[in-house]
Design a protein around this ligand. Structure first.
Ligand code: 13P
Length: 258
């Protein structure tokens, strides 16, 4: 894992209202300790309607979990009914914004061009993008995974400086492993993450490739986190379903102890 500090992120998707968010974080804060935060960065990505509550709770209780968002628009403001501007998130002390999640790409038609605009906007507003990539089962079986994933990464980081890329987070999430209970084997996940790092090296140089953190996502649980996170090119996890259960999520954060 080189000297990259792992980042474990809980993507709550469209789950937990702001009351449930507080209850979940209240349990989580007792399960995690200073020792955990010293060796692992943790973020939670609640729905937009929870963010102010989550921010206030974490700050008042002095819990060093970073606030994240699941998406944003790329413009600073304007007539975009139903959208949220990146500057609005920054004002809520949001640190990380997930961009180009496969659910946004597949269900809401986000293409590589939109994703690249969002990545840029997140940086311009002082936050860190978590740029997602991932292939389908057909692509995996047809061995098209490498082309798909590196193509998404290419489009997402092309306009960025090597320093920006070094500071950002990439997330490999095979679509067939999301919410299915099927996890990529640690070897498979490592293989794809090593292709991603090689692509970054190709495009932005060795320093960016060495520094960029790459998460794996797709049915990560307490039982498989340690094996996945022990891979040399996997620097964290983007956790969906298991992040809704504070005990399970805490055990994932504490993967090094299992
Ligand atoms: P699951 O952990 O529920 O498979 O979701 C993964 C994911 O999409 C995280 O962004």
């Amino acid at each position: 894992m080189a000297d990259r500090k792992p980042l474990i992120s809980g993507n709550w998707k469209m789950n937990l209202n702001h009351f449930e968010a507080t209850a979940t974080l209240d349990k989580l804060r007792y399960l995690l300790s200073k020792d955990d935060y010293e060796v692992v960065d943790v973020s939670v990505h609640p729905p937009f309607t929870d963010i102010r509550t989550v921010q206030t709770f974490l700050e008042s209780e002095k819990v060093p979990i970073a606030v994240g968002a699941q998406n944003c628009h790329w413009e600073a403001n304007g007539a975009y009914t139903g959208e949220i501007a990146p500057g609005m998130l920054f004002k809520l002390n949001v640190s990380y914004v997930i961009v180009g999640h496969s659910e946004r790409r597949e269900l809401f038609g986000e293409d590589d061009i939109v994703v690249a605009q969002k990545v840029k906007a997140v940086f311009e507003n002082g936050m860190t993008p978590i740029l997602c990539c991932g292939g389908t089962l057909e692509e995996r079986e047809g061995e098209a995974t490498r082309g798909k994933v590196t193509g998404q990464i290419h489009a997402g980081i092309e306009a960025l400086t090597p320093e920006q890329v070094a500071s950002m987070v990439l997330a490999y999430e095979p679509i067939w492993a999301i919410g299915t209970g099927r996890t990529a084997s640690a070897e498979d996940a490592q293989q794809v993450c090593s292709w991603i790092r090689a692509k970054v090296k190709d495009m932005k140089g060795a320093d960016a490739a060495k520094a960029v953190r790459i998460q794996y996502g797709g049915s990560v649980k307490a039982g498989n986190a340690a094996e996945l996170l022990s891979q040399p090119d996997i620097d964290g996890a983007l956790v969906g379903g298991a992040a809704l259960d504070p005990e399970e999520f805490a055990r994932i954060v504490q993967f090094r102890l299992s």
